[in-house]
Ligand binder design. Structure first.
Ligand code: MCA
Ligand code: AMP
Length: 499
């Protein structure tokens, strides 16, 4: 099938963004109606639409007393709670640029983000981070994400323009340290609006949201989608299969969004039949094995809906809500999203109001990541695609050197660079190998230093733990005499994987 004839859920002309074309404008318009409706539940209680809007404006007033102005960066990181949702939305309504950061980061990972994005304030809930941030840049005002009030005047809220930057999310390319993808208010709105339409997400829905809110899956889809649709969500600090299943009936959950590792753990739970009651179960962030998809269908009677997205583009492609959700594929382009497959390589290129503006302070990275034809600018995803005979998109590989473990991205170079500093390691290269639980898992191939014993897996993990978030640490070590390299000396990771 030719991509020009490729079906879309909804024709291009019907994809109209809500009037203000800003995420905050559209969400506030929804939440201002029916103000007593519950919006979020978490371990501390619940909050209605009205209370949520009030708390975000109080917090915005407090942020103003710190001297912040529109366009300033604010680092936010915490567990998936109402407090975090309020902090995020307060900052966006004020016109600040939110820099969400993975709470598992170690000091040097955090330091890179802070030096690059230069936030003025950090709202964080992780013990040691306050001390770390203080030593990285003592000028940053640090506090937690709990409710804040100020007697001062509430700043003008919701005055942002569609093109104003709203988020800087750090994500890496093939080389170098993570880059900040800048997403505008319009990008975020388009990202949430397209899935709301495609998945028929209404205010009657209730989402079980236990994904972290510092990545696009939990934040750009789960949190923003809930606010935009005016539905409700149960916010949980982490994933536990038992709790998801128990909540379905006791908390009247209708939707679950997760990464494949979560579905893998759910299907093994003896009470998995409870999932039957769900209106919609969505999987993304990594490939959902076709066998797992089929097992859910056969054993539970649920067709998990697999979709495909990226930090830089929010959501791109989704299996249909109605009709066949085809195992091993990600489906058709979402409303408003245009895709093409590059001739020859098959790389997936994308264009649409959801596609980010560029990388923060990195024009060099922008020129590599976009390609233009006579009409449009296309973002190069680094993923390789193919259409099957029914026109469903299949992700068949990646051009980029990326390991996706349990939905978290691991850049091999980042891990290599830390492990190579171990005194008993002469050479090292990590690669992702298939894993039933994690999708891919990090494996390190090491060449020990001359006359040294190879360090054990535990030693290597302990050594790496100071500088790398725990999910980046190798789960296995292979000792070898030499790493496979090409004529230019570059390690051939694909060959390692096949060894
Ligand atoms: C935890 N560990 C991991 C991972 N998570 N190791 C490898 N990969 C992981 N993803 C480590 C822990 O640090 C611990 O190691 C050991 O594994 C066991 O931890 P466990 O308690 O079993 O893990 P968990 O806390 O239950 O976490 C598993 C998880 C979590 C729930 C699957 O990884 C998760 O929430 N993943 C979702 C990430 C996500 O939201 N991605 C979206 C990116 P130790 O004992 O050494 O400490 S956005 C994106 O990709 C795009 C936009 C998209 O399309 O969505
Ligand atoms: P991130 O950089 O964290 O935004 O991760 C985006 C990457 O995750 C994409 O470029 C894909 O490689 C991968 N990804 C997301 N969803 C899927 C999916 N359903 N199937 C395969 N890969 C996926």
């Amino acid at each position: 099938m030719n991509l020009d004839e490729w079906p879309q859920h909804i024709g291009e002309e019907e994809f109209v963004l809500p009037v203000t074309e800003t995420l905050v404008g559209a969400c506030v318009a929804t939440l201002s109606q029916d103000s007593s409706r519950p919006l979020f539940y978490d371990a501390s209680g619940s909050i209605t639409r009205k209370e949520f809007l009030e708390r975000t404006s109080h917090l915005a007033a407090w942020l103003k007393t710190l001297g912040l102005c529109k366009g300033d960066r604010i680092l936010i990181s915490g567990s998936t709670t109402i407090d975090l949702a309020v902090a995020h939305m307060a900052a966006l309504r004020f016109g600040l640029i939110v820099v969400p950061v993975n709470g598992l980061y170690q000091k040097n990972e955090l330091e890179h983000v802070i030096n690059d994005a230069s936030p003025k304030v950090a709202l964080i809930d992780h013990g040691e981070w306050g001390k770390w941030i203080n030593s990285i840049n003592p000028k940053i005002f640090v506090s937690d994400t709990s409710a804040k009030f100020s007697d001062g005047l509430v700043p003008e809220l919701d005055q942002v323009k569609p093109e104003d930057p709203a988020l800087i999310v750090y994500t890496s390319g093939t080389t170098g340290r993570p880059k900040g993808a800048v997403l505008s208010q319009r990008n975020l709105l388009a990202g949430a609006h397209s899935v709301r339409l495609a998945w028929k997400w209404t205010e009657e829905d209730r989402l079980y949201l236990c994904l972290p809110l510092f990545h696009m899956h939990g934040m750009g889809v789960g949190l923003h989608g809930t606010l935009l649709s005016g539905s409700s969500a149960i916010l949980e600090e982490g994933f536990r299969a038992e709790e998801v299943l128990n909540a379905i009936e006791s908390k009247q959950v209708s939707m679950f969004f997760g990464v494949p590792t979560m579905y893998h753990r759910l299907i093994e739970h003896p009470q998995i039949q409870k999932m039957k009651k769900m209106r919609l179960c969505v999987s993304g962030s990594a490939p959902l094995p076709a066998s797992l998809h089929r097992q859910f269908n056969k054993d539970v009677g649920i067709q998990v809906l697999e979709r495909y997205g990226m930090t830089e583009t929010v959501m791109l492609v989704s299996n249909p809500y109605e009709g066949e959700r085809r195992p091993g594929t990600v489906g058709f382009s979402l409303p408003g999203v245009r895709l093409k497959l590059e001739e020859g390589s098959g790389e997936i290129l994308v264009n649409g109001p959801n596609v980010f503006e560029g990388y923060w302070n990195r024009p060099d990275a922008d020129s590599e990541s976009f390609s233009s034809d006579s009409v449009s600018r296309w973002f190069r995803t680094g993923d390789l695609g193919e259409l099957d005979e029914g026109g469903y998109l299949k992700i068949v590989g990646r051009k980029k050197e990326l390991i996706i473990s349990g939905g978290y991205n691991v850049y091999p170079r980042e891990v290599d660079d830390v492990l190579i500093t171990h005194p008993d390691i002469e050479e090292v290269a990590v690669a992702g190998v298939p894993s039933k639980e994690w999708g891919e898992e990090v494996v390190a191939w090491i060449v020990p230093s001359p006359n040294q014993e190879a360090p054990s897996l535990e030693e290597i993990r302990d050594f790496g733990r100071q500088d790398l978030a725990a999910y980046k640490l190798p789960k296995r070590v292979v000792v070898t005499d030499a790493l496979p390299r090409n004529a230019l000396g570059k390690v051939l990771r694909q060959e390692l994987r096949e060894k």
